[in-house]
Write a protein that binds this ligand. Structure first.
Ligand code: NAD
Length: 380
């Protein structure tokens, strides 16, 4: 039987510990904030050295989703599920059954999807128990993997960076150092070489690295050498936490713009980049194309609309850079404040709405209520 226990964490709307000892299931569902709309955030299932690390992951990642949604103007909040994979073994389907029922009981406050360690099969199984799952192809929602939209958003974000920092509108003859040629990095390599850039790549999967060299003429470097490469852009598209006090002093690019989540190991890394006059595209803004893709697909949008909305990452980043320059603040901090302002405004609007006499309230309700209805009916 599934046992649930609320964990009180300051600044989070709800954090629930889920446990079913019989099937080796332990995990957390964290809902950070739903001021703008239902919380969205994937379900990861990984091995953890201890339970506290899983909780920390759920907290950090759900908060990140709130900021990502707000920064790019989506009416959604942030949540995350972290299942501790250590003792699950072959009882995977039972875990998703329990989780599905729990998410269903939340009634649409939280919508989940694929994340590290889970796959489409898991989500299909989850979907048998709850409608609040996004990114599972079904009639009217065919898109599935959002990597292409993520990569397109990163490309548009890079465009904003080269305009801001180099006064350039095109990528011809620019040198781009890419860390990781996975789903996102691979797309960027193809697109940027087509537009005349020279790519320098670090990719530990030898087969993929060789393929990129043959197909696109990229120069290969060892993974630990990528930070030393002289380039116009350094694009982290592999790991989190790679921007830190050891790597930043080695960078020889005026721009850091890539897809990876949680690029800054600490806020200090964001300050250090700013002090070194390296333009940093805040990760959750530049890589938001994936989230835009998942939620717009869920709402029934087509790919053209998704890419149009994703292309606005360009303007959002230029706004961030403008404020960063005028207030001499690091871009990561400007993006955080921008997201926080939107959340505060949504709450203030709701308070004002509540104070209005009943008959003058807007009949369509708040943004949050609207989105909730949409999210729920999408799966009906
Ligand atoms: P992926 O797993 O397909 O690719 C990652 C690549 O990085 C792999 O080819 C891997 O071999 C390589 N890599 C691992 N360690 C490396 C190292 N030390 N140096 C260089 N390369 C290394 O992942 P992806 O889907 O392309 O995503 C890339 C990053 O972007 C991840 O951090 C992911 O969280 C983030 N992101 C992805 C999406 C998406 O839609 N795919 C959305 C938002 C954020």
């Amino acid at each position: 039987m599934l046992r649930t226990k609320e964990v009180k964490i300051k600044g989070y709307e709800s954090v629930t510990f889920l446990e079913d000892k019989k099937i080796g299931m332990r995990g957390y569902v964290a809902i950070h904030d739903t001021s703008l709309g239902p919380a969205v955030g994937g379900c990861r299932m990984l091995k953890y050295d201890n339970q506290n690390l899983a909780l920390k992951d759920a907290l950090r990642l759900s908060r990140g989703m709130t900021y990502k949604s707000a920064a790019v103007g989506l009416n959604y909040g942030g949540g995350k599920t972290v299942i501790i994979a250590n003792d699950v073994g072959s009882r995977r389907e039972m875990v998703f059954e329990r989780l599905g029922s729990f998410i269903n009981d939340l009634g649409g406050t939280y919508i989940t999807g694929v994340d590290a360690g889970t796959n489409l099969y898991d989500m299909k199984f989850l979907k048998r128990h709850t409608e609040y799952v996004a990114g599972v192809p079904s009639p009217g929602h065919e898109i599935g993997d959002p990597s292409m939209a993520t990569a397109y958003g990163v490309y548009m974000g890079m465009k904003a960076c080269i305009k801001e920092k180099l006064g350039r509108r095109d990528f011809q003859d620019l040198r781009v150092a890419i860390q990781g040629a996975g789903k996102v990095g691979g797309y960027l390599i193809e697109r940027l070489t087509k537009e005349g850039s020279k790519i320098i790549l670090a990719e530990p999967r030898e087969e993929i690295a060789q393929q990129m060299a043959q197909e696109f003429g990229v120069d290969l470097v060892k993974p630990n050498q990528i930070y030393n490469v002289e380039a116009d852009i350094f694009a982290p598209c592999a790991l989190g936490g790679m921007l830190n006090s050891r790597t930043i002093p080695r960078l020889k690019s005026p721009i850091v713009a890539g897809a990876a989540n949680n690029q800054l190991l600490t806020d200090k890394a964001g300050e250090l980049l700013h002090t070194r006059n390296i333009l940093y595209a805040p990760d959750y803004v530049i890589n938001a194309g994936g989230l835009i893709c998942v939620v717009l697909d869920m709402e029934g949008s087509n790919m053209a609309n998704i890419l149009l909305k994703t292309s606005r990452i360009y303007d959002t980043l230029l706004d961030v850079f403008r404020t960063s320059k005028s207030e001499d603040l690091p871009p990561y901090l400007v993006a955080d404040r921008m997201a926080e302002r939107k959340i505060i405004k949504a709450n203030t609007d709701k308070e004002m709405e509540k104070k209005k006499p009943e008959d003058t309230r807007t009949s369509y309700g708040t943004d949050q209520e609207q989105t909730k209805t949409t999210a729920a009916s999408m799966h009906a």
